[in-house]
Write a new protein. Structure first.
Length: 68
């Protein structure tokens, strides 16, 4: 698993990337300890992002990243 760290406006976003495995990702964003967590798949990888950015923006941002 690789970890990437981005800055988007005034927010830090931690992104965890791993090859697609037999496990499926949750279909909707979660909140963990006050941070939004978004999940997606793309380019043969599973993508997980954690940030204080609002859930909708985080999910959209992560999808654009995964789509390359």
């Amino acid at each position: 698993m690789a970890t990437l760290v981005y800055r988007y406006r005034e927010h830090h976003i931690d992104v965890f990337v791993r090859p697609q495995a037999g496990t499926s990702l949750p279909q909707r964003p979660n909140v963990v300890r006050g941070f939004n967590v978004a999940f997606t798949q793309g380019a043969g990888m599973q993508w997980i992002a954690v940030s204080d950015l609002n859930a909708a923006q985080l999910a959209a941002w992560l999808q654009r990243l995964a789509d390359g």
